[in-house]
Write a protein that binds this ligand. Structure first.
Ligand SMILES: [Zn+2]
Length: 287
């Protein structure tokens, strides 16, 4: 996956092989590759571990309860141990602890990790998988909005397989390239309006997205690394409370444009649940 492209022109095939299906990926933009066979998308952007986007805490708390509701019936261990990858300030660890799941976290942002530590969580500062304690074994690994930040998701799945006990569960909660937001942004990008697509990839933020999956290619990749899909869930993308802060975080469009987008989302929010979902929530069991 770390091979260098031989053809730098947009639209050309490259020496970058798709990590899902091995097909040569096509260069779509200066920083974006797409697999014509399975639709996996990969960004050629610098990895980072910045603090999380503001304005999302209330939405996260609500969604994490949904994640745990779906997780609990899948767990076989009586005293399950969780590894939360990119735990930020420990909101998921908090919610898991309330349900009797003992968790540890890893988090690249030292301030966020310290906050999680103050909440009583055992958190190691650093990136996955380097920051994982040697010899660690767990029953559950969770990636909540973090898997898409990994430079090598394929290698990460191999590490997850090694860390998990037999029958252990991997939670992948990440943005969906088949969702209505991504599809709309891709159309606008083709029409010359690039900032919605750049915003979805977090191109100008400290921690850009490095890959974008859809439900099909994510499961295909997981199966290739010894996992079987055992469940899916549906999470909310938009919660009006906090939306404005979220839209204004980082470089954003001019105020009138942001205002128009905000109003559009507020008006369309009730319709979003009828459209292709923007978040993938999949549960995989180690085979
Ligand atoms: Zn592919």
């Amino acid at each position: 996956m770390a091979t260098h492209p031989t053809d730098r022109s947009p639209g050309g095939t490259s020496a970058v092989a798709c990590p899902v299906c091995d097909a040569p990926m096509t260069r779509r933009k200066a920083w974006l590759y797409a697999c014509p066979a399975c639709r996996f998308l990969k960004a050629d952007l610098p990895p980072g571990g910045g603090a999380d986007v503001e304005g999302l805490d209330a939405l996260r708390r609500e969604n994490f309860e949904v994640v745990l509701d779906r997780l609990e019936p899948l767990v076989r261990s009586d005293k399950p141990r969780l590894l939360d990858v990119g735990c930020a300030r420990g909101i998921f660890l908090d919610a898991a602890r309330r349900r009797g799941i003992a968790g540890t976290g890893i988090e690249p942002d030292a301030d966020a990790a310290a906050a999680a530590g103050r909440a009583g969580h055992d958190v190691r500062v650093g990136f996955f998988p380097e920051a994982v304690e040697p010899g660690k074994r767990v029953d559950i690994i969770g990636f909540n909005d973090t898997f898409e930040h990994l430079p090598d998701p394929s290698a990460a799945l191999d590490v997850c397989r090694r860390l998990l006990e037999p029958g252990g569960i991997l939670i992948l909660n990440l943005p969906n390239s088949g969702g209505i937001f991504y599809r709309t942004a891709a159309v606008l990008d083709r029409l010359g309006l690039s900032f919605p697509l750049e915003r979805l990839w977090q191109v100008h933020l400290s921690s850009p997205h490095l890959s974008y999956f859809n439900p099909q290619n994510l499961t295909r990749m997981a199966e290739r690394h010894g996992f079987a899909e055992v469940g899916r869930g549906r999470l909310k993308t938009v919660r009006i409370t906090g939306l404005w802060a979220r839209m204004r975080a980082g470089p954003s469009p001019p105020l009138p444009v942001a205002g128009a987008l905000y109003l559009g989302v507020v008006v369309l929010a009730p319709l979003l649940r009828l459209l292709p979902r923007d978040i993938i929530l999949h549960f995989y069991r180690k085979r």
